[in-house]
Design a protein around this ligand. Structure first.
Ligand code: ARG
Length: 462
């Protein structure tokens, strides 16, 4: 390296603090792909402006490719004295091409660079998450179809309420995930804005072709206010929020699997590969994977709160506080990606204890609403029917265990309107009478499964 080049490195170095406190390289090195690509496209722009000649442009783009390979092969030496990803790559470029590297920073500031890299990263991350959501949705549809004849207790307030089909229960999570998917589509659109050309805060003096940049970097829109562009992190907030929402849904599902696999419920077994043994109690299998999905939801919620708090009182435009967006972003992404992967395997590993579930179903009064409905169909106002059934069942429940134990004379005590046919009502009838759109009947659920599959096929073909 000649003297002139050494000076350049020290200028670069001098423009940043040397304190560990300000460093972000240990986490923002993840943005290397985005940073390199946006620099390569920037080199094309500089050639169009006559700031680089063809040879220089080629040299810069080629050297950036070398740097990318070095990073991917693990050869790249990350230098702690350069505080972030931009400075590390710029310094290495300087080592390879000398002072030519300095031209690359023409008409571009780190403020817009970091926003660009982060937007590109979020867009890539969303692509990955969307695929994983579809995988999990497919597993939920499979398990619903595989166990389509199983009727389970449906709960409100965690009290046995009305019977539902197992498919109906699991498809509820399919729909939660569908909304999450849509949230990510919206978060993608919010991120999909080119900010390069905003300069440090007020725009650039080089007549940079922003339309060209947007096209080459795959952004569908161009920011319309440079102050807003360099300071806006709404897109990160939307991404982190979408991750959190999805984690909350996974956590609810995990909670049910934990509960249902306990000896108290004993509705299902989680595959052994998703449980661990206890170091003290040999009889135990613990549902650690599901517990950790539930537990890690806490970090997701924390990330959203942390980011929102960072943003809430910032004046325009760029402030260094914005560097604090990266860790919540990366952590939200990692947590959700890993949890989605785990949940796919977990769902596929489930087996159901049909006999235990049937025992619970038959051993209950979950038919009560339908008894009231029976009276309503014979002309009694619902409130009156409800009150009569509730009052009488309360008495009966102390001596009889389930609807199956009731005789016609017990029901006649509730109302003379009950005829023999009431005893023929089966749990299947109860389920199948809910046969409207969104209901739990076998036919509604099998239709819902078909619709879910066709939705997934459409997504997969994109
Ligand atoms: N590491 C910084 C961040 O993440 C990059 C931008 C630095 N800009 C500056 N003017 N110091 O926000």
């Amino acid at each position: 390296m000649n003297k002139k080049d050494k000076d350049l490195v020290s200028i670069v170095r001098g423009s940043v603090s040397n304190s560990d406190f300000t460093k972000s390289i240990h986490f923002d090195k993840r943005l290397y792909k985005q940073d390199i690509l946006s620099s390569q496209v920037h080199a094309l722009v500089l050639e169009k402006l006559g700031i680089l000649d063809e040879k220089e442009r080629e040299k810069l783009i080629g050297s950036l490719n070398i740097i990318k390979e070095e990073i991917e092969s693990g050869e790249f030496v990350w230098k702690d004295q350069y505080e972030d990803i931009h400075m590390n790559i710029e310094a290495r470029l300087n080592e390879i091409v000398g002072s030519l590297s300095g031209k690359l920073h023409t008409g571009r500031s780190r403020n817009e660079q970091i926003s660009t890299d982060t937007r590109m990263y979020v867009k890539d991350a969303i692509g990955e998450i969307k695929k994983l959501i579809v995988n999990l949705q497919a597993s939920l549809v499979d398990i619903s179809e595989l166990n389509s004849s199983l009727i389970i207790p449906g709960y409100t307030h965690l009290q046995r309420a009305q019977p539902v089909t197992l498919g109906h229960h699991f498809l509820a999570y399919f729909h939660m995930l569908e909304r999450d998917y849509e949230r990510f589509v919206r978060a993608y659109n919010v991120s999909d804005v080119l900010v390069l050309g905003s300069g440090a805060l007020s725009g650039n003096t080089f007549k940079i072709d922003r339309k060209f940049l947007a096209k080459e970097l795959g952004f569908s829109r161009i920011s319309q206010n440079s102050l807003d562009a360099v300071s806006d992190r709404d897109f990160v907030l939307d991404f982190v929020y979408s991750c959190m929402s999805c984690m909350i849904h996974l956590s609810k599902l995990a909670e049910e699997l934990i509960l249902w696999s306990s000896s108290e419920f004993s509705f299902l077994n989680i595959g052994e590969e998703f449980t661990t043994g206890s170091s003290m109690m040999p009889q135990k299998r613990n549902p650690d994977f599901a517990e950790l999905v539930r537990g890690k939801t806490g970090r997701s919620i924390g990330s959203l709160v942390s980011l929102a708090t960072t943003l809430k009182a910032l004046p325009l435009s760029y402030n260094r506080d914005l560097q604090e967006d990266k860790e919540p972003l990366f952590d939200s992404f990692d947590t959700l990606r890993d949890s989605l992967n785990v949940m796919v395997g977990l769902i596929q590993s489930l087996t159901f204890n049909d006999s235990r579930i049937n025992e619970v179903i038959n051993d209950s009064f979950m038919i009560a609403t339908d008894l009231a409905d029976y009276l309503v169909k014979k002309g009694m106002p619902f409130r009156e029917a409800y009150a009569k059934v509730a009052l009488e069942l309360k008495k009966v429940m102390s001596t009889k265990k389930s609807f199956n134990d009731l005789k016609l004379k017990d029901l006649k005590k509730i109302s003379k309107l009950f005829e023999k046919d009431v005893l023929d009502i089966t749990i299947e009838d109860v389920v199948n009478s809910r046969d409207g759109i969104g209901g739990t009947s076998f036919s509604s659920v099998s239709k819902a499964i078909k619709e879910a599959r066709s939705l997934l096929n459409k997504k997969k073909s994109f």
